[in-house]
Design a protein around this ligand. Structure first.
Ligand code: BGC
Length: 970
């Protein structure tokens, strides 16, 4: 025994000598995150999960053990002491979502942590120190009360005019008597707020605290303001605007639903603000400043209008210099009041209910509501990533289609605002309109904004040095900015685009030999960025911007490739679960402020299962399954109750294969397929969280649905009763067909697409639901060349067509703009967004199939690299894609797939992150034809040949970077 250990040790020693590597570990733990975020403040997960990555330049390097230390003071970690938790040395390679296992965490606890990892040779290495803090965990921790301004304004009930009230401003001074050790502010609002301490903005988050069903639940944010609070006199200043709470949202005004049918006051009438500043002095004593009657407030400040949809008006003449600093004379300001003192505000709330009148329409009903203040039942720590200004865009061109009208082209469609620089006489009003496109005469196209005014106004104070305006409480979806009223002729500097979105770190790259596909990839990422703004929205420009569930489920897989959306979906899934209907169905959008039509729709409802499943798959997150489990079970119960003979039915909103054209796929078919799909995903999720009997039960349910599906829809010759591309693509992709039937379905689908192609039509007829699985279904049934060819098509309708029309984002409709018809004609200008991500869901095929970056199990610890080049002669119309350079930053690190197909063969540069392994599959004739870095496979460290399979060599590959070559002459 002793001897064998001696041998092992000397073997390691000899290896180290041979490789010339010092005995220090080459494996480094980096990128420490808690609940998916770096150093989060004020979390309320009492068992937070810790994640890191390991990096190494060596092949095959992995973590063999780890030790986590969590301490209440950073200095302790220097001594390797974790007074809150010392996990001890734990064998194994887990780096993702390790649950905290130390002392119970209490409100306000400050935690510092680091991790030591041992590499394959048993050499240890420590990480840098990271941290998190706990928020206010007990309702009793909150001493603050919601405050408002006294609001005697009558309710606005007129649908023909807009009511756009000013943003409120609040302030309070306080003294910090001693040396400040730590100052933390916990804040929330019914509305949106922006806070400053001593005139300095607190943090950089926008639209806080985000959109929830405020009556039931609101988020609070936690900010470390230690550097801002000074010993002596201090001041806090806060802006509070209507936001989603009481401002215009969605299509409420357009349709005439919601509170008083005006589209605003959805959750309440008067915004309110809540804050608690806790100061800890160096001598251990504490002081707390809370929102209460001692605050002052005003509606007389410069932000005269502040609405998410309509825009912001800023009158710089009304600025009150120093209002957020000490010593400001606030004698003209009012006393703030506890929000409840505004009393009850009776109103009527209109929405449809799920009852069919004889004419087949859902009836709008009014019911009495009280839109006076109501404290949200729950206050939760914000679990997502805040919206931030993430990038600035400089205009590419300025035109002037009419006297005094200047249009800036920012070259890119996005969501955000404009920073305006202007100099001129006091009182000059500059109007800033936003649009996604221009009319042929060069004027701004705003028809597709519907009721969203999307217009900001800036009124100059007349500063000879010039003035700068940056709206705070609105955002627009736009590429073009129109200025009118500008004093003189504006130059390029007058307008800068400020890109706003939830700050989800971008995680992918894709380039290939086809420049149109490269632009498409950029368009997809930009569309995601334009729509992941607090919640995943359908579009950022018109009066909608809802968390449409169908769009989200179609796109979520692509979203996980393009950005780290773990925290973002952790947050939105709370909104989605909470919005579940009493029936068990998930609604068409979440949050669900008001109902129009039915409160659910096939395939939209299934987002409640598909999204949690996808997040689990991408991040190996079983807790999201546990958290969503009760609602998901209820949903499946509803699906079972509504189904007949194990088949789907026609029910709810008949969106179905939304925006398909030429063909319609019957709703009962779509419903059956989604019922089966949800049942299968439930079975997989049940197994993942150890619910074995439920896993079997849902599996059996899936099999029953499948059997019923086969009986009803599959004809003896293998064709389907429903003869649409969408029907075939869904059945193939969602596992309803196998063996010969699947192959046959692939053939028919290919024939339909190919057969439908004409000189000026690509042949595609699929809508939101059918387009996502179209290329995956073709590629997986032996028609990969056709899939790539269609992907590269420039004919209408196709992705390439859109790019060639100048798109910089993904359009809602393939024909959102055509050269022949412009925006008019059939395609309905009012429902014509130029930033809708559903058709961008092709991204999951681009990265998962074409680049071939996949995972064998949830979380990319066992990677599958299956790059899929098309044949050299697969496309007469456009040169087939001959190389791809792609990467995906998985939760374990960067996976790279750079491939190239030449006349001689196939090259693959593969990058596999440390601590993971991959099955690499290369097109090859035989194992002998494959080399790695010029060496035969048998001599390549980290590579093991597994087998040949369907014209591909399968290799087991350790972490590291590799250059494979497969001899494959033309
Ligand atoms: C939205 C869609 C959504 C649809 C429901 C539209 O108004 O923009 O993206 O899924 O309604 O059919």
């Amino acid at each position: 025994m002793v001897f064998s250990r001696f041998l092992q040790n000397s073997a390691v020693f000899v290896l180290l000598l041979m490789s010339g590597v010092a005995s220090a570990s080459e494996l480094r733990p980096v990128d420490l995150r808690c609940e998916y975020r770096k150093d989060p403040q004020g979390i309320d997960e009492v068992i937070p999960r810790l994640t890191w990555r390991v990096e190494s330049p060596e092949r095959g390097q992995k973590q063999t053990a780890s030790r986590i230390l969590v301490a209440s003071r950073a200095e302790m970690l220097k001594q390797d002491v974790g007074d809150l938790w010392d996990s001890g040395k734990v064998d194994g390679g887990q780096t993702v979502n390790v649950p905290y296992g130390g002392k119970a965490l209490e409100s306000r606890q400050v935690c510092f942590w680091k991790v030591c990892v041992w590499d394959a040779e048993g050499r240890p290495a420590w990480s840098d120190v990271a941290g998190w803090t706990m928020g206010l965990l007990q309702p009793g921790d909150w001493k603050a009360e919601y405050i408002s301004l006294r609001d005697e304004r009558p309710l606005h009930k007129d649908r023909k005019s807009l009511f756009l009230p000013p943003a409120g401003q609040y302030r309070r001074e306080f003294s910090a008597g001693k040396d400040v050790k730590r100052a933390t502010v916990y804040a929330s609002a019914l509305g949106i707020y922006e806070m400053s301490v001593n005139g300095q903005r607190v943090g950089d988050a926008r639209f806080t605290p985000g959109w929830t069903d405020y009556r039931r639940r609101a988020y609070y944010n936690t900010f470390d303001v230690t550097p801002l609070v000074k010993t002596g006199r201090n001041a806090i200043g806060v802006w509070v605007a209507d936001g989603w709470y009481s401002g215009y949202i969605g299509f409420g005004l357009q349709i005439g639903i919601g509170t008083e049918k005006v589209g605003r006051y959805t959750y309440g009438k008067t915004p309110a603000f809540l804050a608690q500043l806790e100061i800890e002095y160096t001598d251990g004593s504490r002081e707390t400043v809370v929102t209460d009657r001692s605050w002052k407030g005003t509606w007389d400040g410069p932000v005269r209008e502040a609405d998410l949809l309509m825009g912001e008006t800023y009158d710089a003449r009304r600025e009150m210099r120093g209002w957020a600093e000490k010593g400001f004379d606030d004698s003209a300001w009012e006393q703030a009041i506890p929000a409840g003192e505004n009393g009850s505000v009776p109103a009527t709330f209109y929405e449809t209910v799920n009852r069919l009148k004889p004419d087949g329409k859902n009836e709008v009903q009014g019911r009495p509501v009280d839109i006076g203040f109501k404290r949200p039942e729950k206050l939760e720590a914000f679990p997502g990533l805040p919206v931030r200004a993430v990038e600035e865009i400089i205009p590419v061109a300025i035109t002037s289609p009419a006297e005094g009208v200047f249009i800036y082209n920012l070259g890119q469609n996005f969501a955000g605002v404009v920073r305006l620089k202007v100099r001129g006489p006091a009182g000059t009003v500059v109007r800033i309109r936003h649009g996604e496109m221009l009319h042929p005469d060069g004027s701004l196209m705003v028809e597709n904004l519907r009721k969203a005014r999307a217009t900001d106004f800036y009124i100059l104070r007349g500063d000879p040095e010039g003035e700068v305006f940056l709206p705070r409480f609105t955002f627009h979806g736009f590429q073009y900015v129109e200025l009118t009223g500008f004093p003189g002729k504006p130059d390029k500097d007058a307008v800068t685009g400020i890109v706003l979105h939830s700050d989800t770190p971008l995680a992918s790259g894709f380039e290939c030999s086809d420049p149109v596909a490269n632009r498409l990839f950029q368009n997809i990422v930009w569309t995601q960025r334009a729509n992941f703004l607090d919640i995943p929205t359908d579009c950022p420009q018109r009066d909608e911007r809802f968390g449409w569930t169908g769009d989200a489920q179609v796109y979520v897989r692509s979203a996980t490739y393009n950005a780290d959306v773990a925290a973002f979906f952790t947050k939105w899934l709370r909104e989605l679960m909470e919005s579940q209907r009493d029936s068990g169905a998930f609604p068409g959008y979440a949050p669900f402020p008001f109902q129009i039509g039915w409160d659910f729709g096939t395939a939209w409802a299934d987002a409640g299962v598909i999204c949690p499943w996808t997040i689990w798959q991408a991040y190996d997150d079983t807790r999201i399954i546990e958290r969503c489990w009760p609602e998901m079970v209820k949903f499946l119960d509803w699906r079972r109750q509504t189904s007949r003979d194990d088949l789907g039915v026609v029910h709810g909103n008949a969106w179905g294969d939304w925006l398909s054209f030429g063909t319609t796929t019957p709703l009962d078919y779509v419903d059956t397929v989604y019922f089966a799909h949800s049942a299968r995903l439930m079975s997989e999720m049940a197994a993942a969280i150890g619910k074995t009997s439920e896993a079997a039960e849902y599996r059996a349910l899936f099999e029953r649905i499948r059997a019923a599906f086969l009986k009803k829809y599959v004809k003896p010759d293998g064709s389907l009763e429903v003869d649409t591309q969408t029907a075939y693509a869904l059945a193939i992709d969602m596992g309803l067909l196998s063996g010969a039937a699947r192959k046959k379905a692939g053939e028919i689908l290919a024939e339909k697409l190919r057969g439908g192609e004409t000189a000026d039509n690509s042949g595609m007829t699929t809508g939101f639901l059918g387009t996502r699985p179209l290329l995956p279904a073709l590629s997986s049934t032996g028609f990969h060349d056709l899939a790539v060819r269609h992907f590269q098509s420039r004919k209408y309708p196709s992705w390439g067509y859109e790019v060639e029309q100048g798109a910089t984002t993904i359009w809602e409709r393939w024909n959102s703009y055509t050269k022949e018809n412009g925006f008019g004609g059939k395609q309905n200008t009012g429902m014509n967004s130029f930033a809708h991500y559903s058709f961008g869901a092709v991204c999951d095929w681009m990265l998962g199939t074409l680049a071939g970056i996949e995972s064998a199990e949830p979380g990319y610890e066992k990677i599958v690299l299956h790059p899929s080049p098309p044949s050299l002669d697969g496309n007469p119309a456009n040169p087939p894609i001959s190389w791809v350079k792609a990467h995906y930053d998985s939760i374990h690190g960067r996976i790279t797939s750079n491939w190239k197909r030449t006349d001689e063969g196939f090259e693959l540069e593969a990058g596999i992150p440390a601590n993971t392994t991959a099955t690499v599959s290369l097109p090859a004739k035989s194992r002998e034809d494959v080399t790695e870095s010029g060496k035969p496979l048998a001599e390549a460290p980290g590579v093991r040949f597994l087998r040949m399979e369907e014209g591909r060599a399968l290799l087991a590959v350790e972490s590291g970077t590799y250059r494979f070559f497969s001899k494959l002459p033309r």
